[in-house]
Design a protein around this ligand. Sequence first.
Ligand code: C6P
Length: 426
Amino acid sequence: MPLPCMEGSIYHFIMNRNDFPILSRTVYGKPLVYLDNAATTQKPRCVVEAISEEYYNVNANVHRGVHFLSQQATDLHESARETVRAFINARKTEEIIFTRGTTESINLLAFSFGEAFCHEGDEIIVSTMEHHSNIVPWQMLCERKGLKLRVIPMKDDYTLDLEAFERLLSESSVRLVCVTHMSNVLGTVNPIKEMIEKAHAYGVPVLVDGAQSTPHIPIDVQALDCDFFAFSGHKIYGPTGIGVLYGKAEYLERMPPYQGGGEMINKVTFEHTTYNSLPYKFEAGTPDYVGSHALAVALDYISNIGLEKIQAHEHELGQYAYQQLCQIANIEIYGPLSAVHSSLFTLHSSLLSPVLSFNIRGIHHFDLGTLLDRLGIAVRTGHHCAEPLMHRLGVEGTVRASLSFYNTKEEIDSLVAAIRRVQQMF
Ligand code: C6P
């Protein structure tokens, strides 16, 4: 499928780049080239200003006070919940639980879903390309309740083996499928709609880890029909310390709370406690109400630009980056794009990714990352919290360049020139 027309988009995004003051700074006297967006994105001025404005003028604890400030802070917090609901098209605001991030969302689910629905001998399915956040909480549940973890294998083209997935579903007593929408290492976008349909055919619900996809792909949880969806604010231009767990009310209603404390209760006596309604049952203690408001500002910012436009621009950048990296001698790129014949460049858009992982033969990924840093280029190196995937790839780690809509072709040229310079040093 040819790429969508990009006329005029570069100008549009250069205008947006000015919203991110950090992008104009230098490091080691060199202009910063920030290509570590999968780890965390930079924040637009409106998000930073929303945080200081709330602390300067509104700050008060939410849901507790009858006074003006508390009500104003509560209104901002609850309207943020509505913004999140609309952003992912959930049916009801009660289905939006604020957490500290994807990691906490998945830990909450592993505990509460595990308590409500899992029994000894049951199985949980994850995939080879999961982040540790979508492996370890399930392993902990398996240890706690005597469950078994099963793994969808990955094929040599860096996509999941869907036939093996179907066999896993049919063979055993699977309670939940937990799969990432977009790999943080390979950039593979998994066919989650198809996977959800397959799992539902066996009566199995699905958690989608949306940490990497949400900043790049429009999400509609009703159209996907996923049962749970987790993402982090800081990866989508919002602040750190705030994230979301979406869950279908029919499941959330039947799950016990994850933590006890203020706000999650209905009545407390020393003999017995009853719990609050959704979503508060899962939000013990003072929530990050400044973070939720700032997240809503970030989501509005993204929606005003338009995720479709962002996606088209990032596809173009991703394709350009891939083409340029391919010209480098001794490079090995790990991702679905490298598994297809790419000389024609009339690629299906699902293969174009803002995440590019690679190694240069003869240079350790850590050395390459460190020297790129000295040249002003920020990339991530290592196992990217996906050690089982590294084992599957047969490497200890990779260098990862991850793009955002505010990156430019010139920055990709700088990356490529810097890699060539490092090669000359070795
Ligand atoms: N990946 C990366 O550099 P938190 O830390 O809770 O916001 O997100 C965890 C997480 C879960 N799933 C996926 C697919 C992720 O990529 C991440 C975070 C970052 O790749 C930091 S390790």
